[in-house]
Write a protein that binds this ligand. Structure first.
Ligand code: HAM
Length: 435
């Protein structure tokens, strides 16, 4: 029958009780107070990114699954929300936005002047075990600098990330910087074949040294080589921690720290054990944590990588980072950072039934003049409408009465002090906005 439900339409045998349906595990609804707070801090991050010369991009929420299979590593793959669409394509909700950003660069930006500096904000999806600070749908604010492989580029990425965390107003945070090249080389020198390195690095990332040691030995590493690799993974401290580490990486990191100092950025601690959860990093790596968050304390992670050649582009070196927006906000909450939500400037109340249309005239005029204004929509009597004005936190009530209107005036009531005065209708916007 034409118009009949197709066989993929969900048909429920009984009416569903909507009160029983919750948001899916690991996801959240953001109610108006929280949403205002989120938009405010998103704005702070956006401004900070723009001030450093980054420009915003937006990529799709889902991508070809292959994009994430290529180089994200086993952690991400196990957590991927992957599915087939009706055309049989393998798709996945994005678990992060670096691979999409680089895909977009390879598709459409590769002829732009380099380096391309882009930032993004949006939700990511990982099938993780939800807990405080760990969600299945979460938000990242990230930035990528594509097409440069200098210590200056790495310094710029770290400086921007730290600047963002500072701009949010977060006080208790700790930044660490390392270089994945050191560990990768140690593993190779110890005799760990390249295809076995990711699993070892994954253990080192979680600081599971004993497990890493057994894995290295099982992969054919000498005990001495394996122990030396673990020794490197434990190197941390001030810049002097780099003394005595062989290779060109320590010199490179010193340069990065030099540029950070030149920009007036507090130096991150050295930590050669930083591995990161994703497989694509090749050079400098860094993390920022907010210890007050406990188990899920990492609020930002990043580093340099070369992803573009995987997507059919020239090898292009890039550096970037992503701030875990939800965690950063949780950390601010833990620090008791005050946030005052926005409220309407004015709530317009009609004194009597015959003044309702006039109240609508006033509210329309206020909005056209840049005043945020609301009006009673529920046929409330004046006393109830005034109560409502107070309940929604309006700064002023504008009381529209027949007598005052006869002389082109209304009563303006300051809701916090209770003061009232007569104001000409045309003077209302200035009276409310204070100019
Ligand atoms: P990532 O470390 O996997 O790196 O994620 C970045 C941040 O996202 C983490 O530091 C954390 O704050 C937050 N995050 C991760 N998973 C969750 C979750 N399940 N719930 C809440 N927050 C979470 C990346 O995604 C890389 N793309 C960063 C990057 C950009 N590297 C180079 N450019």
């Amino acid at each position: 029958m034409r118009g009949a439900p197709r066989n993929n339409t969900l048909i429920y045998p009984h009416p569903i009780d909507l009160t029983m349906i919750q948001s899916p595990r690991g996801t959240r609804d953001f109610l108006p107070d929280e949403m205002e707070r989120r938009r405010f801090y998103e704005g702070v991050l956006r401004q900070t990114a723009k001030r450093a010369g980054f420009r915003e991009v937006q990529t799709p929420i889902f991508e070809e699954a292959e994009l994430f299979v290529l180089k994200s590593g086993p952690n991400i793959l196990n957590e991927l929300y992957a599915f087939k669409d009706k055309g049989g394509r393998d798709l996945a909700l994005r678990p992060e936005m670096t691979a999409p950003a680089i895909r977009s660069f390879v598709n459409s930006m590769s002829n732009d002047p380099k380096p391309v500096k882009m930032f993004y904000f949006g939700q990511c999806f990982r099938y993780e075990r939800p807990q405080s600070g760990r969600y299945r749908e979460f938000f990242q604010f990230g930035a990528e600098i594509v097409g440069a492989a200098t210590p200056q580029t790495d310094a710029e990425a770290v400086a921007t990330a730290l600047e963002m965390v500072k701009a949010l107003g977060l006080k208790g945070y700790r930044a660490r910087i390392g270089h994945i090249g050191v560990l990768r080389r140690r593993l190779a020198e110890a005799g760990v074949p390249p295809d076995r390195a990711p699993e070892v690095l994954q253990r080192l990332d979680k600081r599971l040294y004993d497990e890493a040691l057994s894995l290295m030995e099982a992969a054919g590493a000498s005990q001495e080589g394996a122990e030396s690799a673990i020794g490197v993974a434990r190197v941390s401290g001030g810049i002097e921690a780099l003394d005595g580490i062989a290779g060109e990486e320590p010199g490179y990191l010193r340069q990065v720290l030099g540029y950070l100092a030149a920009m007036g950025v507090d130096p991150p601690e050295i930590d050669l054990g930083i591995v990161r959860g994703l497989d694509y990093y090749t050079g400098m790596v860094f993390e920022i944590e907010a210890p007050a968050l406990g188990a899920e304390k990492q609020i930002c992670g990043g580093g340099s990588y070369a992803l573009s050649e995987l997507f059919g582009g020239e090898p292009v070196f890039s550096t970037g980072f992503a701030i875990g927006f939800d965690r950063a906000l949780l950390a601010l909450e833990k620090e008791g950072a005050p946030f005052q939500g926005e409220r309407v400037d004015a709530y317009v109340v009609a004194v009597s039934e015959d003044m309702r249309a006039r109240a609508f005239e006033v509210v329309g005029m206020l909005r056209r003049n840049g005043v945020s204004a609301d009006v009673d929509l529920a046929d409330r009597k004046m006393a109830k409408a005034m109560k409502h004005a107070s309940a929604v936190g309006s700064r002023y009530a504008v009381i529209v009465g027949a007598e005052e209107m006869a002389s082109g005036s209304v009563t303006l009531r300051d809701m916090s002090s209770g003061e009232q005065r007569l104001v000409k209708v045309e003077g209302l916007p200035a009276a409310i906005l204070g100019h």
